[in-house]
Design a protein around this ligand. Structure first.
Ligand code: FAD
Length: 470
C-alpha cells in the first residue's frame, strides 16, 4: 500500500514529524510518495515572500533529487487535486502531514481531512511547527492566556522533546518515484514558478545553511544577544526567522541547542523571543478573525486614514524621518527588517500617519522573506495597540528619540539612506532641525538631498491618542 507525505512549510528532512512518522510506520512492502500542493490562492507572484518561499522549495526539491527522491506536485483546486492523487495511486491508505493551527491553512487542512476520511483514507496529522501547540499552554481553569508574561512563565516550566532522526536507509527502500511527471499536473507549474522568481534568495536557503546560521549564532552572538539585539547596525540577532517560517530548520533543533548553552542573559532573552512566536500562534488560533479584525472590540470602529500618498512615501522610505526611511529601504532591498525597526515603522504608519494597520500588515506580508501570518498580524496588532497584551495606545514611539537611542552614530541610517552619508552624526536623526548649521558649517543644502518630514510627530501623537480615545 502507498502512503503520502504532504510537504508544506516544513521543507526539511531532519525532525520533520510527519515525514519521520511516515517512514517509521511503513512495513516492508509499503511505499511512500512525497507530494507538494501548489496553492494558487497563496501565490503572491513578484513579492519577496513568494520568491523566498519558492527559492526554498526549489532548494528542498534539489536536495530530494540528489537523494533520489521525486516530488509529486499538485496544482489547482485543492479537492480536485487530492481526487487526482487518489485516482493516480489506486492503493493509497494513509496521508501524513504537519498541521496548520490557524487561518487559511487550518481551514484548508480541515477541508482536506474530511474529504480524505470520507474516502476511507487514514489521515495522520501532527503538530510540528511550534514548540507548543496552540492548545498546550492553559491557565488552571483551562482557558487560554491573554497576557504574555504569565503565558511565558508557564511556557518556561518546561519542554522536553528529542528531535526525530530520519532513517535514510529505510526511506530509500520504501520511496516510490515511479510516476510520470506528466501525470503530476503541478510539475509544469512548479517549473514556471521557479523560472519566474524575480529575486534569487537561493544563497539563504536549505537545511545546511539554516544549521550553519544557527551554529554561528550560538558561537558568536547568543551570549551578547540581550545587549546587542536592539541595535540595527549590529548583526546581533539570529536571522533564523526565514528558516523557521519555511520549516527549513526544526524549532526543536533550535531550542535544544539553545538549552545546552551555558547560562547567560542572552540565552534567557532569546528563549523569551521563541515564546513570543508560540504566543502569537496561540492567539491566532483562538482569534481566527484577527487578520482583518482588531482583537480589542472597542477599537474596531477607529476611523483610520487611507491616504495613498503618505502610504507610498512610507513604503518607499521617503517620509523625511531617517530611521523610518532606512528601515523601509532595507525591507525593500533585502526582504528583512530588524525587530526594533519593525516596531518603529509600524508605530509610525499607525500613530504618525494614522493609516490602517491592515495596509501595513499586507505590505509586510509581501515584502518579508520571513513572513509568518501569526507573528506578522500579532506584531502589527501589538504596535497598533489593538491586540491582546499590546502596547498601550498612549505609548507612541518617537522616531527621533528611538533613532538617537538605537542608532546613535547613524550607522544604520547611512547604510540605507545614502543621500545622508555626509551628514554629521549629531544632525542625522532630524536633519531639518539643523538646516542652518548644515548649511553654514558644512555647506550642505538638506532641501536638495532629502525630503522634509511629511508630518509633525508631536501633533500626530496627540491626534493618535485622540483617535483611540473612544
Ligand atoms: P531573533 O531576535 O534572533 O529571534 C529569534 C526568533 O524568535 C525569530 O527568528 C522569531 O522566530 C522569534 N521571534 C523573535 N521576536 C519575535 C516576535 N516579536 N514575535 C514573534 N516571534 C519572534 N516575525 C516573523 O517571523 N515573521 C513575521 O512576519 C513578522 N512580522 C512582524 C511584524 C511586526 C510589525 C513586528 C513588530 C514583528 C514581526 N515579527 C515577525 C517578529 C520579529 O520582528 C522577527 O521574528 C525577527 O525580527 C526576526 O529576526 P531574527 O530571526 O534575527 O530574530
Amino acid at each position: 500500500q502507498i502512503s503520502i507525505v504532504w510537504i508544506r512549510n516544513d521543507l526539511r528532512f531532519h525532525d520533520n514529524t510527519a515525514l519521520v512518522q511516515a517512514i517509521n510506520d511503513a512495513q516492508e512492502n509499503d511505499r511512500l510518495v512525497f507530494a507538494f500542493y501548489l496553492d494558487p490562492k497563496q501565490f503572491k507572484i513578484g513579492s519577496n515572500s513568494h520568491d523566498y518561499f519558492f527559492s526554498s522549495l526549489n532548494s528542498f526539491y534539489k536536495n530530494c533529487l540528489e537523494k533520489g527522491i521525486n516530488i509529486y506536485f499538485l496544482y489547482g483546486d485543492i479537492l480536485n487535486c487530492f481526487d487526482e492523487l487518489l485516482n493516480n495511486f489506486k492503493n493509497i491508505k494513509k496521508i501524513y502531514f504537519n498541521v496548520d493551527e490557524y487561518g487559511y491553512g487550518e481551514m484548508r487542512d480541515k477541508k482536506v481531512t474530511n474529504f480524505l476520511k470520507e474516502r476511507d483514507i487514514e489521515v495522520l496529522s501532527y503538530h510540528d511547527h511550534y514548540l507548543h501547540s496552540a492548545k498546550d499552554i492553559r491557565k488552571n481553569d483551562n482557558s487560554h492566556y491573554k497576557i504574555f508574561t504569565p503565558y511565558y512563565n508557564k511556557w518556561r516550566e518546561g519542554f522536553k522533546e528529542e528531535e526525530l532522526e530520519v532513517d535514510y536507509d529505510k526511506l530509500m527502500k520504501i520511496i516510490f518515484n515511479d510516476f510520470k511527471d506528466n501525470d503530476a499536473l503541478g510539475k509544469d507549474k512548479f517549473y514556471e514558478l521557479i523560472d519566474n522568481i524575480k529575486r534569487d534568495f537561493s544563497l539563504f536557503t536549505g537545511e545546511e545553511k539554516a544549521r550553519k546560521v544557527l551554529k554561528d549564532f550560538l558561537n558568536l552572538k547568543l551570549s551578547k544577544y540581550d545587549n546587542n539585539r536592539d541595535y540595527p547596525s549590529i548583526d546581533g540577532t539570529s536571522r533564523l526567522s526565514c528558516f523557521l517560517s519555511t520549516g527549513q530548520i526544526s524549532i526543536r533543533e533550535v531550542y535544544n541547542n539553545i538549552i545546552k548553552m551555558p547560562p547567560s542573559n542572552g540565552k534567557e532573552v532569546f528563549l523569551k523571543e521563541l515564546a513570543w512566536r508560540d504566543f502569537y500562534n496561540m492567539i491566532y488560533h483562538f482569534y481566527p478573525n484577527q487578520h482583518n479584525e482588531e482583537i480589542i472590540e472597542k477599537y474596531r470602529n477607529i476611523s483610520w486614514s487611507y491616504d495613498e500618498e503618505n502610504f507610498k512615501k512610507w513604503k518607499e522610505g521617503h517620509t523625511g524621518f531617517p530611521i523610518v526611511d532606512a528601515a523601509m529601504r532595507q525591507l525593500k532591498e533585502e526582504g528583512w527588517m530588524h525587530n526594533r525597526l519593525r516596531m518603529i515603522v509600524a508605530s509610525f504608519l499607525v500613530k504618525d500617519l494614522l493609516i490602517d494597520w491592515r495596509m501595513g500588515e499586507k505590505y509586510f506580508s509581501e515584502m518579508l522573506i520571513d513572513y509568518d501570518s501569526a507573528s506578522n498580524i500579532g506584531g502589527w496588532q501589538w504596535a497598533s495597540s489593538v491586540g491582546l497584551d499590546a502596547a498601550p495606545y498612549f505609548r507612541v514611539f518617537n522616531p527621533t528619540t528611538q533613532s538617537q537611542k538605537f542608532d546613535p552614530e547613524g550607522q544604520f541610517i547611512k547604510k540605507y539612506v545614502k543621500e545622508l552619508i555626509s551628514i554629521p552624526n549629531t544632525y542625522i536623526h532630524e536633519p531639518y532641525r539643523y538646516i542652518k548649521q548644515l548649511n553654514n558649517q558644512y555647506g550642505i543644502e538638506i532641501e536638495r538631498l532629502y525630503p522634509k518630514p511629511i508630518v509633525d510627530h508631536k501633533m500626530q501623537r496627540l491626534r493618535a491618542i485622540e483617535m483611540f480615545n473612544i
